[in-house]
Design a protein around this ligand. Structure first.
Ligand code: HEC
Length: 250
């Protein structure tokens, strides 16, 4: 009997998560800056505290993240690692795929390279697009990913928003290029942060996800600058060498 109940619950969860039409809300744009170390540090903190409980990032190791982002080992161990984890461990979670399916209807995917497959703007928009929907199993739905099984884990910060009536779009803003975008949402229950504060929080988080997708990009720019210096030096050297070789010929 218990198993039948479980089965019904799981079927209800799965069907509820695929019951919405495939959709897509407005794609909000953000400026990615993986060289902003403080932003990456804040993003990493949000990630380990609010995402790593369900999602793993199995291509990243705590010690590599600490070294790349200028986080001390002590700070990492005390504030960003679950007890029992080692500094050299990968950022995995105990949740199995089966448990993920059973509890959420869909397993939370690994987020190591998600920013590369979905793109930064998509994830940024996804985290901004949860809204109250009484018909959804968790009471919230997502305009970017309709029927998502993920709960709105950052609701305390953003608050809860609802869809604004079509001709009543609030929060219109200019994107700096003369285009005015009206938000399809309006805040119903304010969160701990203002809308701007929440945007800043998820910009940091997505910055961190973009860094995780390709950690080498932090070093690449440094190498590029070194190569340019070398070429400039070589150019001067070759020029004087050429002058020296040709001086008797003219
Ligand atoms: C309570 C568990 C849980 C937490 C915590 C959680 N998620 Fe999720 N997340 C899920 C589940 C389940 C899905 C799968 C949704 C689906 O396929 O319907 C998901 C899906 C996603 C996706 C979409 C992936 C894709 O392309 O299909 C992204 C991006 C994501 N989560 C980011 C985050 C971030 C960033 C955080 C931290 C702020 C976070 N999640 C915290 C459960 C969670």
């Amino acid at each position: 009997m218990k198993n039948i109940c479980k089965l019904i619950c799981v079927v209800a969860l799965v069907s509820s998560s695929s019951g919405w039409a495939a959709g897509g809300g407005p794609l909000f744009e953000m400026h990615v800056d993986v060289h902003h170390q403080k932003s990456l540090q804040r993003g990493a903190k949000t990630f380990v505290n609010y995402c790593l409980s369900c999602h793993s990032a199995s291509f990243s190791r705590y010690n590599r993240v600490a070294a790349d982002l200028g986080i001390s080992e002590k700070n990492m161990r005390e504030n960003m690692m679950f007890t029992g984890r080692k500094f050299g461990d990968t950022m995995t979670v105990a949740l199995t795929v089966d448990q993920g399916k059973e509890w959420f209807g869909a397993p939370p995917p690994d987020l190591s390279v998600k920013a590369r497959s979905r793109g930064a703007n998509w994830i940024y928009s996804y985290l901004k697009s949860f809204y109250i929907d009484e018909s959804a199993i968790r009471g919230v739905n997502n305009l970017q990913f309709p029927g998502t099984s993920m709960p709105h884990v950052l609701w305390e910060y953003q608050g809860l928003q609802k869809l604004a009536a079509k001709d009543d779009h609030h929060d219109a803003h200019d994107d700096g290029h003369g285009n005015s975008h009206a938000s399809p949402f309006e805040i119903e229950v304010p969160g701990k942060l203002t809308p701007k504060g929440y945007d800043a929080m998820i910009v940091d988080l997505v910055n961190f996800l973009v860094y995780m997708g390709e950690p080498a990009q932090l070093k690449r720019q440094g190498i590029g600058v070194a190569v340019l210096f070398f070429l400039a030096f070589l150019g001067v050297f070759v020029y004087f060498m050429k002058r020296d070789y040709w001086k008797d010929i003219h």
